[in-house]
Write a protein that binds this ligand. Structure first.
Ligand code: HPA
Length: 256
């Protein structure tokens, strides 16, 4: 198995993006390298986000074609681990459940409820681990950097939320969203799990930042339209990336 070598790596912070991504495609490797767990979604890319140079993994592939339930989460996380990232910031486009969340809002989640099934969600057999604490699924250190970077940039964010992770690829029924609300979920997406748990198994501090791109099923004024999601992303990604770039730079400096 390849050894981690910090000297070879010019950057230290990993960023996972999906629907929200960056335009910069200065690739480290044109082809993705296989891992013991199979092929990652894409080659790891050297990308500038604001003033931070980060290792970017496009979780839905390049071009965007891999559905949430088909993503090889283990290969993606292993690729970031082998690149020696010191921390990971994961970006998510999500639907709003909580009433005070509006399209375009940015949220730093602090909890997860996992509704996914059948995804390869552990390195246990390889690492020889059994159980591990996951009471706080997002690293308080990464969360703090995201919150202070938001403050510094002047973008207001919601500082706590429970992310309900559904299986997809279809969106939810209105009744499913009501159930998620009763369970305490504030927003809904399809990709935070098993990403967050795999990062914990690898001991990589992991934080998430969400952009609200639609009202969850039954919470808006009609069906969820792709066009509206696209519009919310194009209008608000720059703010989110501004926060991520600042947080990545601050995190990198804190690990130096
Ligand atoms: N549900 C699940 N995942 C999503 C949604 C949603 O409404 N919006 C963006 N990702």
């Amino acid at each position: 198995m390849k050894q981690r070598d910090h000297n070879e790596i010019p950057f230290l912070i990993g960023v996972l993006g999906g629907t929200i991504t960056t335009e910069d495609t200065d690739r480290i490797n044109a082809n993705s390298s296989p891992t013991p767990f199979g092929e990652p979604s894409a080659a790891l890319q050297k990308v500038d986000i604001g003033q931070a140079n980060v290792a970017f993994m496009a979780r839905h592939g390049l071009p965007h074609a891999i559905a949430p339930h088909d993503i090889n989460y283990r290969a993606n996380l292993w690729t970031l681990y082998e690149a020696s990232v010191s921390a990971i910031v994961a970006m998510y486009a999500v639907g709003a459940i909580r009433n005070d969340l509006a399209i375009g809002d940015i949220v730093i989640p602090d909890q997860i409820v996992d509704y996914t099934w059948g995804r390869e969600g552990s390195f246990n057999a390889t690492l020889g681990l059994k159980h591990f604490d996951f009471s706080e699924p997002f690293s308080p250190v990464v969360r703090q950097h995201l919150l202070s970077s938001a403050k510094e940039s002047g973008h207001s964010v919601h500082s706590t939320a429970t992310y309900g992770c559904t299986q997809g690829p279809r969106l939810e029924t209105s009744a499913e969203i009501e159930r998620l609300r009763r369970d305490g979920c504030d927003l809904v997406g399809m990709t935070a799990m098993p990403e967050a748990a795999l990062a914990r198994e690898l001991n990589i501090p992991f934080g998430g930042i969400c952009l609200i791109v639609n009202a969850a099923a039954g919470r808006g004024d009609g069906p969820i339209r792709h066009q509206e999601i696209g519009l919310a992303i194009s209008q608000n990604s720059a703010n989110l990336l501004d926060i991520v770039g600042r947080a990545a730079r601050a995190l990198r400096d804190s690990f130096r």
